[in-house]
Design a protein around this ligand. Structure first.
Ligand code: MTE
Ligand code: MO
Length: 198
């Protein structure tokens, strides 16, 4: 009996889609550092600010008019849950970043409500990140970041800023909300970069 349990345990831990120290969940936990802001789509906008201060803003209608993609990705929260095969719809950051002249290597995502998180620009381009507004074929629920959130699934999920309202391009890396409280500046789940210094 004990041998069988251990066998099951070992097989589960060996799921190649599961980064080290993570367990699988099929529900969708909500993790928010504060209250859920309720932003109507006609009030929502997304502003890209370059390192020289140039700005480009998209309204909700502008975002909807752009070509969208349907990423199907695994997500990994630093609190140890992973959810495999989540399906989203949104606009690739490649599309949004194509509109601005910038050579900045870093970005800070800003959210309605004040949350921030830093991500290198190289981790937002080449099909690695989206501004998503649908989950599982439905408008993204406010608790999960609706009307729109950042989705950067190859990094721990705290990098996927909910209620995103803009991206600030930066010459130098700066800590966002959780990074300033001791979380890792980069946050690669495959290297277990949970906390500063790991
Ligand atoms: N604006 C904002 N974005 C956020 C957070 C937050 O508190 N505020 N929490 C982060 C963390 S720690 C995680 S794990 C995910 C949780 O997303 P979910 O609530 O949709 O599961 O959102 C990330 N994005
Ligand atoms: Mo998280």
């Amino acid at each position: 009996m004990a041998a069988i349990s251990r066998g099951f345990h070992r097989r589960r831990e060996q799921n190649p889609a599961l980064p080290p120290g993570q367990y699988l969940t099929t529900d969708f936990p909500v993790l928010s550092a504060g209250p859920t802001p309720h932003i109507a789509t006609d009030e929502w906008s997304f502003t890209l600010t370059t390192e020289t201060g140039e700005q480009r803003t998209w309204t909700w209608a502008d975002l909807q008019a752009l070509p969208s993609e349907r990423p199907n990705v695994d997500i990994h929260c630093v609190t140890s849950w992973s959810k495999l095969g989540t399906s989203w719809r949104g606009v690739s950051l490649d599309v949004l970043l194509a509109d601005v002249a910038s050579s900045a290597p870093y970005a800070m995502a800003h959210s309605y409500g004040g949350y921030t998180t830093n991500v290198p620009v190289a981790d937002l381009t080449d099909g690695k990140a989206w501004v998503v507004h649908e989950f599982d074929g439905r408008p993204l629920a406010p608790v999960h970041g609706g009307p729109a959130r950042l989705l950067v699934p190859h990094l721990y999920f705290w990098k996927s800023a909910k209620w995103v309202r803009g991206l600030q391009l930066l010459d130098h890396d700066r800590p966002g909300f959780w990074e300033g409280l001791g979380y890792h500046m980069y946050g690669d789940p495959w290297k277990e970069q949970r906390y500063h210094g790991q």
